[in-house]
Write a protein that binds this ligand. Sequence first.
Ligand SMILES: Cc1ncc(COP(=O)(O)O)c(C=O)c1O
Length: 378
Amino acid sequence: MTTDRIIFSRPFRASRELSNLEAVLGSDHSHGDGRFTASATAKLKEITAAPHALLTTSCTHALELSALLLELGPEDEVIVPSFAFTSAATSVALRGATCVFVDIDEESGNIDPDSVAAAITDRTKAVVVMHYGGVAADMTRLLALSELHGIALIEDNAHGLGGSWQGRKLGTIGTLGTQSFHDTKNVHCGEGGALLLSDEILMGRAEIMREKGTNRARFLRGQVDKYSWQDIGSSYLPSELNAAVLDAQLDEFESIQAQRHRVWDTYAAQLPEWAERTGARLMTVPEDREHTAHMFFVRMPSEASRDGLIRHLAQQGIVAPFHYIPLDSSPAGLKYSRTPVPCTRSARFSATILRLPLWPMLTESQLGRVVDAVSAYA
Ligand SMILES: Cc1ncc(COP(=O)(O)O)c(C=O)c1O
């Protein structure tokens, strides 16, 4: 039987991308902060209900900007989940601050509030909260800890655009929120990101730090007659070419999400019987959270059975990868961090998880093939 390969993720193509790109290329303005940046930013604010949003060149850069805004330095510690993308840690280590790795909740893959509480010291300045797979972390407990100890919450919301927790949009619950528009994300522009904020003072500083430390944003709004060096900063603003693609994608956000939920819901409806039979655990979403159908993950009973399922699917042309080697045990993690308590749940999660193909254009027949192939694995 010859079958086409079903890849894990395929970037969405929005209908207005090319005409938007032509408009930029035909204009004399392809550097950042032009009309497509303004338009995409407005759409992003609408989706997230964020009081302020700044497009950035990546989620990694939005995390770095967050570290600058919080004035992290060598005396500071930031609590980071051991199971997370590297940028949560590199943004801290770049400021000379110490990452303190803590364990996760094994059902969701999200940071475990009890482990956070146990890791807080008088040097703790912030906690990075990644909403894994676009399902909110336990924000009730994390907000309480943040208030009690005066610690900032940075939401790494790379997976969670448009998701919510108790009706509040992800990325806007903590002190700062970051988005990714990498082409593996629900909405993308190749590479891109955003910083979401509500605090006026932080916003004022963020727009300077994003623009090479200058008040060019105020100059563009006609608030000053020349711009000059005001603060430390870097170049974190995307070009209009990226913003043009992002703007076209955001126009189709609802249909992208509907298609992704179609795929997610099919896995959730058709795999429970197989999971029951094999001891696999399917991704779940608590009732007070709206997820983003960014991924559908499965946890197998052991690393051997997980690796076996990946191989079994690969033999049928289906790509189902795992990810996130725990940060605490990685070479740079050992160098730049402290891990007060071994992160055993994170290690087990990483060793037993796999993710099924999930993208908007996945056809019903491809989806059926994935479901059948998984169901045939004993
Ligand atoms: C949770 C998470 N945070 C941050 C990032 C980094 O995003 P970017 O590539 O936009 O820097 C990723 C990338 O995959 C991610 O999955």
